[in-house]
Design a binder for this molecule. Sequence first.
Ligand code: HCB
Length: 216
Amino acid sequence: MATQEELQEKGKAAVMDFDDEAVVEVAEECISEGLDPVALIQDGFTIGMNEIGDQFEQGTLFLPHVIAASEAMSAGVEVLTPELEKLSSKMEDKGTIAIGTIEGDIHTIGKDIVATMLKIAGFNVIDLGRDVPIADYVTAVKEQKPAIVGSSALMTTTMVLQTQIEEQLKEAGVRDSVKTMVGGAPVTQDWADKIGADIYGENASDVVVKCKAAIE
Ligand code: HCB
């Protein structure tokens, strides 16, 4: 039987090998052995995905490799999601959070993991999807009245649009009715402070801790 660390290492390697069958096998092994699916995603699959991103940046891998690795990771997350959702069924409703990947950006893996982890923690999550126009965040705040509205930006070019969420919520007169959260690989606490966002989420676990604290 593999230990948690060995399974995470296998998960990371399978993503880096673009091997969706192996990723699915690792996910199934995680469930059958009663190991931690959250750690497998964060400290296994995600580490592999980030290394693929680094190699893409260095020019040693190309876009088809990134696509293949992200498909492999998504196949594993898909196997683990029902298992994760079982953990949430007994939780009380902690409040509503709307979250989406920002305009011009189609990266969804991190946003989806955050949304799943928030559901597990007992939040009612409204998933706004990807490439979400800034106006749609404002509409969601006005109509659905979430306690927190979160945006995900994976590129420096789309991260700057998180400023517009702050501005347009103010213009619509609803900024004080909601807490804003920002996240995504290029986003930092400094950036959140600079644009006036209430919460910076470094990863899915950090998001859950900070959203619970923000709502309490
Ligand atoms: Co993409 N891509 N990509 N990509 N991609 C990045 C983001 C680069 C950094 C790669 C690089 O150059 N090193 C780069 C961006 C450079 C920049 O900043 N300007 C880049 C580029 C350039 C592009 C394209 C433009 C490539 C092209 O077409 N020439 C294109 C974008 C098109 C567009 O969006 N309009 C593109 C496309 C793709 C795909 C489709 C192949 C694929 C996405 C598949 C999908 O999401 N369905 C992809 C991927 C997978 C990546 C990398 C390799 C991994 C991203 C990922 O999924 N990480 C990424 C490199 C990297 O980030 N290191 C690369 C794993 C997840 C779990 O981490 O950081 O997303 P995460 O999420 C964390 C965390 O940030 C936080 O919690 C999550 C869970 O722990 N979090 C939040 C995330 N969102 C949050 C929101 C909150 O409110 C709070 C917390």
